[in-house]
Ligand binder design. Structure first.
Ligand code: GLN
Length: 251
């Protein structure tokens, strides 16, 4: 009987030990999720691919960072204008959306180190009389609501001359339908929209130069630090360049 007890105890120990060593696998199952918010109508930074998955520079950068942090990436598609409040409210951990660093936004969120540059440009119909930014006075300008293009144009041309849309694709549709005279939007999406739609062109004169970064909640300094560290490594080993080159042809 004593022997049986000893065997049982030994077995219990073996199982207890097995349970302990199994732990890494358990934490693997409970892998932490990084929830990224974006507006997936902003190619080549974020868009919905033909197979229905999210693709683009921001998506791949977030994926590479998540991988480095041992996290699983989940993407929530929403209007650009909702991203900052979603970060603040915690329904997303991070926003990557070709988002320009501005002083005003910095009052609401923290920005990571920057990973790309943007330029606000003007798209018009190929036969438009608008030739430079100076010709925009009194015209109807289409913008994406809440973007820097929206903010600058509203300042320069007045609320009445600016029409807001929930994403770039809708603004371009309005231009094609003559509901607006031009669209002010970031240069790379502009190129993508002009390539995908006949009869549009981008004016040579640009509007503003900007830096893109990820937005993270003010209190989440841990994620800010780990994101920046991972980003620096991905810049140093050429991963970021490779991702950008995959989507933007050097010209
Ligand atoms: N770069 C612009 C901004 O931050 C537009 C970004 C976007 O539309 N996704 O306001």
């Amino acid at each position: 009987m004593k022997k049986l007890l000893a065997v049982l105890m030994a077995l219990t120990l073996v199982f207890a030990f097995a349970a302990c060593t199994k732990q890494p696998a358990d934490t693997d199952d409970a892998q932490k999720t990084l929830i990224m918010g974006t507006n997936a109508a902003f190619p080549p930074y974020e868009f919905v691919a033909d197979d229905g998955s999210f693709a683009g520079i921001d998506v791949e950068i977030a994926q590479a960072v998540a991988e480095k942090l041992g996290m699983k990436l989940e993407i929530k598609d929403m209007e650009f204008n909702s991203l900052i409040s979603a970060v603040q409210g915690g329904s997303i951990d991070i926003a990557l959306a070709g988002m320009t660093v501005t002083d005003e936004r910095k009052e609401s969120v923290n920005f990571s180190d920057t990973y790309a540059k943007g330029v606000q440009v003007v798209i018009v119909k190929a036969d438009s009389a608008i030739a430079t930014v100076d010709d925009l006075d009194g015209k109807t300008v289409g913008v994406q609501a809440g973007t820097t293009g929206d903010i600058y144009c509203t300042e320069d041309y007045g609320q009445d001359n600016v029409k807001q849309f929930n994403n770039g694709a809708l603004a371009i549709q309005a231009l094609l339908n003559d509901q607006v005279d031009c669209v002010v939007i970031d240069n790379e999406p502009a190129k993508a929209f002009v390539a995908a739609n006949e009869g549009l062109k981008i004016l040579d004169t640009s509007y503003a130069d900007e830096d893109y970064a990820a937005a993270i909640a003010k209190e989440n300094t841990e994620l800010l630090d780990s994101f920046n560290k991972a980003l620096a490594e991905l810049k140093a080993d050429g991963t970021i360049d490779k991702i950008v080159e995959k989507y933007i042809n050097a010209d």
